[in-house]
Design a protein around this ligand. Structure first.
Ligand code: SF4
Length: 190
């Protein structure tokens, strides 16, 4: 697929969100739900944002309710930030799905605000890191989201490569990639 084709793939599956004024914190993110205290979506105690809408539709996906781009509910970015701050025990926030990169502008703003507050950001995506890096060359919000992420868990879930012994991922093709300024640094080992 060409880079232009990849761009269309993401844009065509982007959820329509409400926009209110110029304050980015007032933007709405379409979410399937929030888990306020997870220990299985990255290290430490984390708040997990399950975004709504996923184009990958992996066979065996554990969150099929997140696939429909018309499902879920709108939540203001500022309310998710407040929810995070309400729990002083949280050390990080994980964006999961659904597909966070289908709402990259809103996820980038949310992750940016949380990062300013000192939270470590993990993000799950069904896209390969190399694919997103190519798109980031011409898509500002994809680039912005990559810039805020500390660890990217990439690739679709592949049932035939399932391995229950893996930490924080379901199948062997998925990688835990430490990013530095949006670039590949190394694989996360804990
Ligand atoms: S990318 Fe994740 S949420 Fe989307 S179908 Fe695959 S496993 Fe499910």
């Amino acid at each position: 697929m060409t880079a232009r084709g990849q761009k269309r793939e993401i844009e065509s599956s982007t959820v329509k969100v409400k926009w209110y004024g110029v304050n980015k914190m007032e933007q709405y993110l379409r979410v399937a739900g929030i888990k306020e205290d997870s220990v299985v979506d990255g290290p430490g105690l984390r708040l997990v944002v399950f975004v709504q809408g996923c184009p990958h539709v992996c066979i065996g996906c554990h969150n099929p309710q997140t696939h429909d781009f018309n499902g879920g509910k709108d939540m203001k970015i500022k309310d998710i930030v407040t929810l995070t701050q309400n729990n002083p025990l949280l050390t990080g926030v994980t964006l999961s799905g659904g597909e966070p990169f289908c709402q990259s502008e809103q996820c980038a703003e949310l992750a940016h605000q949380l990062k300013l507050l000192g939270y470590e950001i993990w993000c799950y995506t069904g896209f390969a890191f190399e694919h997103l890096s190519e798109i980031a060359k011409f898509n500002r919000s994809v680039k912005g989201l990559l810039l805020t992420i500390d660890v990217l868990v990439d690739g679709p879930y592949k049932q035939e490569m399932r391995d229950e012994t893996l930490l924080f991922r379901g199948s062997k093709n998925q990688r835990l990639i430490v990013l530095e300024n949006g670039k590949y640094k190394c694989e996360w080992t804990g």
